[in-house]
Design a protein around this ligand. Sequence first.
Ligand code: AP5
Ligand code: MG
Length: 253
Amino acid sequence: MFKLLWMLMLTPTLSIASLKAPLLEAQNQTSQTVVLILLGPPGAGKGTQANILSDTLQLPHISTGDLLRSNIKEGTELGKTAKGYMDQGKLVPDDLILDMLFARVANEDCQRGYILDGFPRTLPQAEAYDKRLGTSAKTIALNLSLSNEEIINRLSKRVTCKECNTPYHLIHSPPKTEGKCDECGGTLIQRSDDKEEVIQKRLNVYEKQTAPLIEYYSKENALKQVSCSQSIDDVLTEILDYLREIYRSLKEE
Ligand code: AP5
Ligand code: MG
């Protein structure tokens, strides 16, 4: 009985580990730069999946939200301007985001590809980004979906590392030591935009300004729908499976 329970507990970990090797093999066989875009409403799990994918694929995880929060922490002019928008659940103006993002992706570590989390957020951002990228990289967009009810539940119980931004959920993925980040030992805090009234505003903004991107990437035939009402491991398994096929098809092109 105990052996069976133990095996059941290990099953998701084993199946994810067994998906990684063929994915990495397929990834190593293509020289194409791949940009992975994680779309989805606040709280769907973009940061959670991007962290794991970054580790698995050895590609940098670029979150515009995290970049803005670093600017706020450092007290830069951009940070001061951005805070006013973020605390109200509004989007930061496109020109500020584009300058910040373009500077980041010009870094050497982005040559092989990277994972975008929370960008693009508006049609002008997507169009400006596509124009800059041209045909130099293959873009893959994953649309992470979740019901509003579950989003509110997840965000109201989320704590985030003040230092490295790793998100935890007090019930679904709690830290090993209360209040401390497993990755870097940093202090876990509640984000200032995770109050229920701000979450609702962020959801409205998402519907109005970001959801149209689903159609934009569908038209370009570059969108995979992923339901995030599953466990973190099941969402990851679905994404890894899909990416393996994409990398294999790139090798054949
Ligand atoms: P940003 O930081 O991007 O926030 P967001 O899009 O609102 O998304 P979140 O970080 O809240 O959620 P997530 O999808 O990453 O979920 P997570 O993995 O943490 O942006 C913040 C603000 O910055 C914006 O409002 C805007 O003002 C500004 N901004 C940023 N980018 C911008 C841009 N491009 N243009 C303009 N303005 C911009 O997961 C949530 C919780 O659920 C966690 O507790 C996690 O542990 C848990 N969880 C995750 N997956 C699962 C699962 N499968 N099962 C159970 N629990 C799970
Ligand atoms: Mg996030």
